[in-house]
Design a protein around this ligand. Structure first.
Ligand code: IPD
Ligand code: CA
Ligand code: CA
Length: 285
């Protein structure tokens, strides 16, 4: 029995060590990608085009994506990568047996291309179907948000926590608007309701940073529909900082909420039911 306990203990320790190594590697590649992004802006080498007619993508997005994907492939050849610019669709993440990396090389490309500093590299690592490491790095402010599952959340190495605001009327809520603008009505109804019930709204232009800003207490709440690379890392960071991470519409039974990209809602525990009720009232519930 004792021997078995020792083996289990050893397995836990080796897993923790492995995750620690993965996190250190992730931080290094986020910094490397950040350097590439900053250099593209400083050296005025920026070129851009529009994916699907509306989604801005620059040569910095592509260069950072390639750098991150190459680094992961070299270090962990058996792992899979979901990355916005080079491999956005590798099938159902939940069903993949191998470890998976979920990458947004620049979250906040419109900000980046217009000289705003609210942009970040976002990298999540999924092991045994669990988002286990999350790193979001803003190279313009040199802010590195990190989390390991069950290990707390950090900004530049200092532990962070969500804000303690419990009054929705005093709360600052962030959201975002989709590139595709064919069905604006429900979104406008939500903005109207939320604005009517909270102190103010922000549209800062980087979902990953919006969620990290909830984690660090600069924002009180956040809601939006996204793609998995926008939120996988930041959601873990928010959870580890004490946020409640859910959805304001029903998550289909077969989908793990860690990867469900529709109608995200992230706040502290006290504000969650209040904001949820407001968002539901916008749907006419
Ligand atoms: C976008 C940003 C934005 C959000 C959009 C995302 P991108 O990501 O996160 O804040 O509103 O839905 O697509 O295109 O800059 O990587
Ligand atoms: Ca994004
Ligand atoms: Ca992006």
């Amino acid at each position: 029995m004792r021997q078995r306990t020792d083996i289990t203990q050893q397995a836990v320790e080796s897993m923790t060590r492995e995750l620690q190594e993965i996190q250190e590697f992730t931080i290094r590649i986020a910094q490397g990608a950040g350097k590439i992004i900053c250099e593209h802006r400083e050296e005025a080498e920026l070129t851009s085009e529009f994916k699907r007619g509306t989604e801005l993508v620059t040569n910095a997005d592509l260069a950072a994506d390639k750098y991150i994907s190459d680094a992961i492939q070299q270090q962990y050849p058996g792992h899979l990568i979901v990355s916005e610019e080079s491999s956005p669709d590798i099938g159902n993440i939940q069903k993949l047996k191998q470890p998976v990396w979920i990458v947004d090389p620049i979250d906040g490309t419109v900000n980046f291309a217009h000289g705003h500093n609210q942009s970040a590299v976002s990298i999540a690592f999924v092991n045994q179907h669990q988002v286990s490491v999350g790193v979001v790095f803003n190279p313009f402010t040199d802010e590195m948000f990190t989390a390991q599952k069950d290990g707390g959340a950090f900004l530049n190495g200092e532990a962070i926590q969500v804000a303690q605001e419990s009054n929705l009327r005093r709360a600052i809520i962030a959201t975002g608007f989709p590139y595709e603008k064919s069905n604006m009505e429900p979104m406008i109804r939500r903005v109207r309701e939320v604005l009517n019930h909270c102190a103010d709204i922000r549209r800062l232009g980087s979902a990953a940073l919006d969620i990290c800003w909830v984690a660090v207490g600069r924002l009180d709440g956040y809601y939006e529909s996204l793609s998995v690379w926008d939120f996988a890392a930041a959601r873990l960071i928010a959870l580890e900082a004490g946020a409640k991470c859910g959805n304001f519409s029903e998550v289909p039974e077969e989908i793990d909420p860690q990867f469900y990209d529709q109608d995200l809602l992230i706040t502290n525990e006290a504000l969650y039911p209040q904001l949820l009720a407001v968002l539901h009232s916008a749907e006419g519930h």
